[in-house]
Design a protein around this ligand. Structure first.
Ligand code: UP5
Ligand code: MG
Length: 199
């Protein structure tokens, strides 16, 4: 059978901007598979016998970005497994990646020609909104980076490292920006309009 080239939408935004929440809603309404880079890294950290467990753990706690080789390995494996089970599932939302220049260059060098990046969905909201949402969730999520100190570092990393990657894609005309400070449903209405137009 002809194996389709993966079609990728990168989903970016600050910590707590609502990337995971909106991706879950997209999956209910469109034929996309949601891959959260953060979720894949947390699962690898928790996997017994993982050679990267400790390294991932320390990067996440500090709000730093894990070396791209590890993240791409997990993303590729997840894409390949999905397409092996169902070859029609070749459309992916890659949530929380690429977050810095190392990620961007790593993706380009490894995946160029192997996957198409259709566009970037950027969930834009203030640092205050991001912090409030993360602290609120942190009460129950048990995430090791939900405390104020980790959160401060995550915001800093977002501004210093991830925001420039969004700008880089903006220069290529590939970014759809959504005001993520509104309610889940209001944000999703904008997301729908973008996906209906982009296909
Ligand atoms: N919520 C959501 N939308 C709302 C709305 N419109 N109104 C009100 N509340 C809303 O939402 C966060 C919280 O806000 C939830 O309680 C939700 O109900 C509420 P969520 O959808 O989870 O937001 P999301 O943007 O997904 O937030 P998340 O915390 O997952 O973002 P991060 O980008 O910080 O986390 P991620 O898991 O992507 O990465 C974690 C760490 O992993 C990074 O800091 C980094 O160390 C590492 N990482 C890498 O190194 N490389 C990668 O490629 C990816 C991650
Ligand atoms: Mg998330």
């Amino acid at each position: 059978a002809l194996i389709m080239k993966p079609q990728v939408v990168f989903v970016l935004g600050g910590p707590g901007a609502g990337k995971g929440t909106q991706c879950a809603k997209i999956v209910e309404n469109y034929s996309y598979t949601h891959l959260s880079a953060g979720d894949l890294l947390r699962a690898e950290r928790n996997r017994e016998g993982s050679e990267f467990g400790q390294l991932i753990d320390s990067y996440i706690k500090e709000g730093n970005i894990v070396p791209v080789e590890i993240t791409i390995k997990l993303l590729r494996k997840a894409m390949e497994e999905t397409m092996q089970i169902d070859e029609k599932k070749f459309r992916f939302l890659i949530d929380g990646f690429p977050r810095n220049e190392d990620n961007f260059k790593g993706w380009t060098s490894v995946m160029d020609g192997k996957a198409d990046v259709k566009f970037v969905l950027f969930f834009d909201c203030s640092n205050e909104v991001c912090i409030d949402r993360c602290l609120e969730r942190g009460k129950s999520s048990g995430r090791s980076d939900g405390n104020r100190e980790s959160l401060r570092k995550r915001i800093q990393t977002f501004l210093q490292s991830t925001r420039p990657i969004v700008s880089l894609y903006e220069k290529q005309g590939k970014v759809h920006t959504v005001d993520a400070s509104r309610s889940v449903d209001e944000v999703f209405a904008d997301v729908k309009a973008i996906l209906d137009k982009e296909g």
